[in-house]
Design a protein around this ligand. Structure first.
Ligand code: ZN
Length: 99
């Protein structure tokens, strides 16, 4: 079983990336993608946490073309569940500084 559309506390989810990995293991989901809104650090944390635990974490992101300020972006969190989005998978997730 796979789940390629999961939000963590990095955006508007209720569980941390680590809790999502543990839940995937508990539910016997072999592949997950954490597709937080506009950020990839949730994916990065899940990938690090999942190492050696038997669940594959695909780096993902949900992209909105909102053109919003951070404040406006935060106000929209409440209505995201009813919005359509664009999902990116196998996105580049840096584990260190990129110069
Ligand atoms: Zn979503």
């Amino acid at each position: 079983m796979i789940d390629l559309h999961i939000h963590s506390t990095a955006s508007d989810g209720e569980l941390s990336p680590e809790e999502l990995v543990d839940l995937a293991i508990e539910k016997k989901i072999s592949v997950i993608a954490i597709t937080d809104h506009e950020v990839v650090w949730g994916s990065r944390k899940a990938i690090e946490y999942a190492r050696g635990k038997g669940v594959e974490v695909v780096p993902g992101i949900e992209i909105g073309d909102y053109g919003l300020s951070l404040e406006e972006f935060r106000k929209l969190r409440e209505c995201w569940k009813s919005r359509n989005g664009v999902w990116g998978y196998l996105v580049f997730v840096s584990f260190g500084n990129v110069c």
